[in-house]
Design a protein around this ligand. Sequence first.
Ligand SMILES: Cc1cc2nc3c(=O)[nH]c(=O)nc-3n(C[C@H](O)[C@H](O)[C@H](O)COP(=O)(O)O)c2cc1C
Length: 207
Amino acid sequence: MSATTSTVSNFVSALAARRSIYPLSKGAVIPDEKLIPLVQEIVKQSPSSFNSQSSRVVFLLGKDHDEYWNKIVYDAVKGVSPPDQFEGAAKRLAGFAGARLTILFYESETTVQEFQKKFAIYADRFPQWSEHASGMAQINVWTALANEGFGCNLQHYGNLTEETIASKWNLPKDWKLKAELVVGEKAGEAGEKGFMDDSERFKVFGA
Ligand SMILES: Cc1cc2nc3c(=O)[nH]c(=O)nc-3n(C[C@H](O)[C@H](O)[C@H](O)COP(=O)(O)O)c2cc1C
């Protein structure tokens, strides 16, 4: 792969530096007081359809992070997991609990509905665009934190935990949980990553 300018080439290297890292510890790669405003700024700079700014973010640090993985997700997974699979699931959850913090990515359902009313001809598109906006905020944060030296992995237990979180941390009812980014100091490296054949993935016409 070759890029046209060193800035773009640096950007592609920054993208490649974002990997799923599972062995994580509680080390502060940068202090929480710096990390939180950095993530806030990244979310603000991430795009949304019609600048609807539908994304919302919750930071769980310290005992709240631990309680989320050791109690809330643990109990929820125990409730639905086949008994012979629970041991493996519990090990994974303990790994997430061992990280420093969790960033929860939400989308505001009220904002989506407001924009559906405001721009009625696109009404059926806004829920999908909200998912896109969340994904864009997630990848921007994940890539930035990876390039700050953190290890991160992305989890999806929201279908099991959204209600419990909303009542424990008193979140607005219309905030819909999309993903949980687990963040910590790297205690291991990413696995090998394979790529499918470019010829099956990309098509170029008119060149
Ligand atoms: C939309 C989406 C959902 C994902 N969900 C999970 C997940 O629930 N649990 C998990 O461990 N990884 C999840 N991942 C991470 C992928 O497994 C990972 O990105 C992929 O295997 C490529 O590895 P890399 O992140 O190291 O590049 C998800 C990634 C994306 C883009």
